[in-house]
Write a protein that binds this ligand. Structure first.
Ligand SMILES: Cc1ncc(COP(=O)(O)O)c(C=O)c1O
Length: 411
């Protein structure tokens, strides 16, 4: 392929893209197990319209040129801190996604710690349950920190005793997820908070998946522990707007218990001919659309809109669990708290079940141990349930016997 010599008409470009899209998986029909999140009618349109209304604006210039974006980002952060029981003085900012939020929290923790120790080269370690997202390794490898992963308990949740055993004098951060991606279970954040306070380390809560879902599930009486700043040991929290906040990508949020910790995140550079360059994000240019769309969707849905979605998602989750466990031998792993499920069959090969689902037009999500399948479900998966369960029963019935090996999950 060479660089196009001449431009082409817009309608031809659009037609070419439509053609390419025709080969994509049917995410609208709930056949993709992650990546895309559907909410109630109108939400996607409100987000898209707001995104387009601020299509050209750049949130890098929010302070100097786009007071609209500055105000919207501040309001998104304030609304979310209300949801997450942010104490007086707590603060935060938007980022491009869960990974950036986590990387920034690690950076803040490292620098806050180095300053407190008076050791600008201290090489700390992070202690996380094996179920935490690989974004922590991304951050740690960028900053030359060590990561120690610890086994989870029989309930697949973080085991505070195992984490404590892995800690030493160089541990700067411990992590709990709300929920973890592999099994969809929320870690025991109150116990991790107690551990963090007792050992004087920073607890980060990765609520990238559940930040904008768990508060409503709790309000509906689901048994999810306090997972946010209500726990005094929580020093930072990441929560993705572009997952169960149902906002357009790219949009996440990261929060700190106090301004001093947030300040440790800021990269305040005065090194080039243009003078001072101070940003709270890893990226420079940021789409104004992402900020505007998040503000618009939070205000469009409000607490009652998110409650309605949470109620439907949890009823849907319960129906999927019942349907999966009605297939002889199939088991859901652990007790999923939100709408992520992992499930398998002790006597059937998970790769073979996945191949059967693939042959029936589903993109199978996978988990390696225990070998099984994986789903992160939004309302897109609600109408797909009967077809999914019928095809799963078919795929399980014709699957090869289990091999005892891990499933060959790939992301
Ligand atoms: C628990 C958890 N944390 C962090 C992330 C990273 O988020 P992103 O893909 O937006 O960078 C994910 C992504 O699925 C996740 O499940």
């Amino acid at each position: 392929m060479t660089f196009p010599e001449h431009g082409q008409p817009a309608d031809r470009i659009a037609a070419l893209m439509d053609q390419m899209k025709a080969g994509d998986a049917d995410w609208r029909g709930g056949r993709v197990p992650l990546y895309v999140f559907g909410a109630t009618p109108g939400v996607a349109e409100v987000g898209r319209d707001a995104f387009n209304a601020f299509f050209s604006e750049n949130a890098l210039g929010a302070k100097r040129a786009f007071s609209s974006l500055k105000r919207m980002e501040e309001e998104v952060i304030a609304m979310a801190l209300d949801l997450f029981h942010g104490p007086e003085g707590s603060t935060g900012n938007m980022t491009s996604g869960g990974t950036e939020s986590i990387v920034m929290a690690i950076k803040a923790c490292r620098d806050f710690n180095r300053a407190a120790r008076g050791d600008a080269r201290h090489r700390g370690n992070l202690v996380l349950p094996v179920t935490a997202h690989p974004a922590f390794e991304k951050g740690a490898s960028l900053m030359d920190l060590e990561v120690r992963r610890t086994p989870v308990g029989a309930d697949l949740r973080a085991d505070p005793a195992a984490m404590e055993a892995a800690m030493d004098a160089d541990t700067i951060m411990i992590v709990g997820s709300t929920p973890c991606f592999p099994y969809g279970v929320v870690d025991p954040i109150p116990a991790l908070s107690e551990l963090a306070l007792r050992r004087g380390v920073w607890l980060h809560v990765d609520a990238c998946v559940g930040g904008y879902f768990a508060p409503f599930a709790r309000a509906l009486g689901r048994p999810i522990p306090a997972f946010d700043f209500a726990n005094p040991g929580v020093m930072s929290l990441s929560a993705d707007l572009h997952k169960f906040g149902f906002c357009p990508k790219p949009a996440s949020t990261v929060f700190y218990r106090d301004a001093a910790r947030h300040a440790a995140q800021t990269l305040d550079l005065d090194v080039w001919p243009n003078g001072r360059f101070a940003t709270n994000t890893l990226v420079g240019t940021r789409p104004g659309g992402g900020v505007a769309a998040a503000w618009a969707v939070l205000n469009f849905l409000g607490r009652d809109g998110y409650m309605q979605i949470a109620e439907r998602l949890l009823a849907m989750r319960d129906a999927y669990v019942a349907g999966i466990e009605a297939i002889p031998g199939m088991r859901v792993f652990g007790k999923p708290d939100l709408s992520i499920l992992a499930f398998g069959h002790p006597g059937r090969d998970a790769d073979s079940i996945a191949a059967g689902m693939s042959a029936r037009g589903w993109i199978p999500g996978m988990v390696r141990t225990p070998p099984g399948l994986h789903l992160m479900m939004s309302l897109l998966h609600e109408p797909a349930r009967p077809a999914f369960l019928a095809d799963l029963a078919g795929a399980v019935a014709e699957a090869k016997p289990a091999t005892g090996k891990q499933a060959s999950a790939v992301y």
